[in-house]
Ligand binder design. Structure first.
Ligand code: THU
Length: 133
């Protein structure tokens, strides 16, 4: 995993808005053009409306005009001594917005990393292929 990418995610998580869980998460995407785009979890008093760090980063990238072909890899990290794996909602979104073979790095606060391919996170996913044309 790219060290600058991990550092960006660790720095970003300090801005997590986690009033309810007190569980900051940071995510960072590395793009083909060298740009790094970060995201954090942003919570809400209506808990279900909270947005995870991975989706914040991805929606930011797409809002800037980037698409899946532009994204090389993603890291998700916390301030804990254990790593967290993307939730089901994020796996669904990542399945559509990141290429299947792109690496997903799951890293703890010490820098220990587990890497999987995006496509490994959500087998038998519902995709646009299932929608009638
Ligand atoms: N969370 C993330 O942002 N990413 C993950 O991969 C797992 C969970 C957030 C959602 C919520 O704000 C907090 O962590 C506790 O569930």
């Amino acid at each position: 995993m790219d060290k600058a990418l991990y550092a960006a995610a660790q720095t970003a998580l300090k801005n997590a808005y986690v009033k309810y869980s007190n569980f900051p998460v940071g995510a960072a995407l590395r793009l083909k053009n060298g740009e790094i785009i970060t995201g954090v979890n942003v919570e809400n008093a209506s808990y279900g409306l909270s947005n995870c760090a991975e989706r914040t980063a991805l929606f930011t990238a797409y809002a800037k005009g980037y698409r899946k072909e532009d994204i090389l890899e993603i890291v998700v990290t916390t301030d804990k001594d254990y790593a967290v794996s993307p939730c089901g909602a994020c796996r669904q979104v990542m399945g559509e917005l990141i290429l299947p073979d792109a690496p997903v790095h799951i890293a703890d606060a010490k820098g220990n990393v587990t890497t999987v391919k995006n496509k490994e996170l959500l087998p038998h996913a519902f995709t646009e292929e299932h929608l009638p044309r």
